[in-house]
Design a protein around this ligand. Sequence first.
Ligand code: GM7
Length: 629
Amino acid sequence: MSQDSQHGKWSVSSSDDDDEDLPPSGTPSKPSQAPTSNHSSRSSPVPKVENVTLEVTRSSPVPKVENASLEVKPEPCPTPALVVGSEARQQAAKNQMNPVKYESSPSLAGKRKMDPADGSGWALSDSDDDDDDNAKKKTNPPPTRKVPSPKRQKVAGERPPSPHGRVYYIDEPDDFFESSVPCLDDMFRFYLNKVTGLDRKYNSGALHIRDILSPLFGTLKESVQFNYCFDIAWMVQQYPPEFRDRPVLIVHGDKREAKARLLQQAHCFPHVRFCQAKLDIAFGTHHTKMMLLWYEEGFRVIILTSNMIRADWYQKTQGMWMSPLFPRLPKGSSDTCGESPTFFKRDLLEYLASYRAPELEEWIQRIKEHDLSETKVYLVGSTPGRYVGPDMERWGHLRLRKLLYEHTSSIPDEDQWPVVGQFSSIGSMGVDKTKWLAGEFQRTLTTLGKSSLRPNPPIHLLYPSVEDVRTSLEGYPAGGSLPYSIQTAQKQLWLHSYFHRWQADATGRTHAMPHIKTYMRVSPDFTELAWFLVTSSNLSKAAWGALEKNNTQVMVRSYELGVLYVPSAFNMKTFPIRKNPFPFSSSSSGFPVPFDLPPTCYTPKDQPWIWNIAYSRAPDTHGNVWVPT
Ligand code: GM7
């Protein structure tokens, strides 16, 4: 998501013409300005808004590195770190009273790098370093396709605040945050985020970022935040005051101007340090969302789907796995101690080692000193590269395939057990289903134990329809985080026949649009699961990897991270699906699938949400329409 827009730093990738792997819509562009809390708290998530760097990109499709630092203006620091919150709030209030400035940063979609309005044309993604693909693009810049920057227009009179109004966010009620250890599911440790504005019962058992960072979970010494999009000032405010100046390492994928803006955001926060993940393959992104929390009492890992921006924790559906508190091993224990039956420790260390980043070394050492043996999930990561031989199964969907092969078992009637995939962005997957989806990816998702049967079960893909977005809590602005572009969509109409609604019952929690991504195998009557995965991976080859060279190599562009639940790790045959997940009660058991089952197929009237076309026939929940300009 972006700073450029309130809802995301999306840009249309330039890659879809010469590289069908890339989701034109899916390539993130970078924040155009160091966000300040005023921006973010007012309109949104993101850092964002009008700015200096827009001027640079306007005249040059390929951002010039040397200009970057000149374009980033320092902002005054609030003095002590502890007053950041209130300073930020004052700033926010000032900003809210400045409609001119607000107007200049169009709503939702705001300044995406590729907007004609900001003239930048193509954010060659953040990954446009010096690999072959990029060299090609530099000499022959992609067409500056005019993709509109969606703008909402008021069609009704007084309406509730929205990202286009002066005050977008409504404050969370006093009882929104946990004041005592919340009632949590410590069997699966899978949680949703709290959604502002929903009936209380739908937030029971859910966690806000402030809950996660609260002293209830541990006495924080240091932390690492892996993510894609950051509003640093907002992030700092989410830490409790007593931990707010403890060292934080940000692991990100930003380059050039975007990196300069990110670093600029932290100039007031000397306790915030950065680690840039290498992204050597074109159009790769650092999507991984993970917190490493080092406490007086031990260590904890959170693997999640939310960006570090307010909008992602407001009215979207997000998911996370929170590890148990990992105790410190006795001094002098061997590095291989504290392993779990799922080899989580080995796999987490391998994932971290893949960054080859000196900044992560002390964390790698620290993790080695802890006991992760209670972990019941498997780690499924992606890290950019071209892999051959045994390395092919280390990352992406071939890693998932290996885990499903080894740790699940076939089920009677398994060809009646649907695969359900659910995501918030979609890449380009070719002219027909055989190119990737029904070929290699389906083979992974339908793997169940070592049986060599090749079942052909139903595949249900859940992605919000236009109506889902229109009637959602956020309304059309939610579509700013669902960056499926018309350019990609029109090349793969075949895909849409797999699509099912996000809002099945149009009540309750599915009013919060998904930024969560989940994949699962479910029984024909939708009461049991054969496995469940929550991940940062959207439906894209960049995230999951794609076979090349006659299937002897897999190429992965992005960093992604998720956790896989298999029944065998819980001494079960299948997971029962929890019938009434809300309100959460520890007495009702089963896996809390975060949407209604069975999924409902799109009718001929339903269209998948496409973010860069107009929806002006019907107003959203805030009385607005969506008009890309
Ligand atoms: C997403 C999609 C995208 C860029 C970034 C993200 C992110 C996503 N093209 O990290 O949120 O939907 O997850």
